[in-house]
Design a protein around this ligand. Structure first.
Ligand SMILES: C[S@@+](CC[C@H](N)C(=O)[O-])C[C@H]1O[C@@H](n2cnc3c(N)ncnc32)[C@H](O)[C@@H]1O
Length: 193
């Protein structure tokens, strides 16, 4: 999997995913969109691994399906056309990582975007599905309508996780505008308490 730079929130998310995810792992893309993160995860888990990719827009799943077919690895991914709020019912095993790229699908006429209530429910389920040492990485946007409220809900949720059971971080690029996306990282502790 080609290494990219840290020019934005997605690059930082991918750096943490590289650290946590190994061939053969099961992982989740909670917002597959155009499939960039899904394909990245498919590369990390390899042919023995599995990616569960969720999106509420069928156009997003179509774009992801095409991207995976072009890359020659569609069999590594289960595409699910349903809200990520259902991931706890659908994914049958513990996972090494869950990625959220919040907001809306760039270039789409559909207005579907993530929102606080379903995002927090999905984050809660993602935390429950994590293996010890597993990570949630979320690219969080504040610039669009509803973005600031969602960002504040995500920060509040991550701040409230029990220290010792989870390590939570927020990473913001200092030399970008206030509106630039930032990254929230949640690691499930390796230690059993
Ligand atoms: C910023 S885009 C994701 C970009 C994507 N990760 C990529 O690599 O192209 C956000 C996506 O979240 C999806 N979305 C919005 N609400 C959702 C929900 N409740 N469950 C799953 N996906 C949702 C949107 O349809 C949109 O495709």
């Amino acid at each position: 999997v080609k290494r990219e730079g840290l020019g934005g929130a997605v690059g930082l998310c991918h750096l943490f995913l590289r650290l946590a995810v190994h061939p053969g792992d099961t992982v989740i893309d909670a917002t597959c969109g155009n499939g960039h993160d899904t394909l990245f995860l498919a590369g990390l888990v390899g042919c023995a691994g599995k990616v569960w990719a969720f999106d509420v827009q069928s156009a997003a799943l179509d774009a992801t399906r095409l991207r995976l077919a072009e890359a020659g690895c569609p069999e590594r991914v289960n595409l699910v056309n349903i809200s990520h709020e259902k991931m706890g019912e659908i994914v049958p095993c513990r996972v090494r990582a869950v990625v959220f790229n919040l907001g809306f699908l760039p270039g789409s006429e559909d207005e579907s975007r993530t929102c606080s209530k379903s995002t927090i429910s999905a984050l809660e389920q993602a935390a429950g599905l994590l293996l010890p040492g597993g990570v949630i990485v979320a690219a969080v946007y504040t610039g669009h309508e509803g973005g600031a409220e969602e960002a504040s809900a995500v920060d509040g949720w991550a701040s409230g996780l029990a220290p010792g059971r989870y390590n939570t971080w927020r990473a913001k690029q200092l030399n970008r505008s206030e509106q630039a996306p930032y990254v929230v990282i949640v690691e499930k502790s390796l230690k059993k308490l």
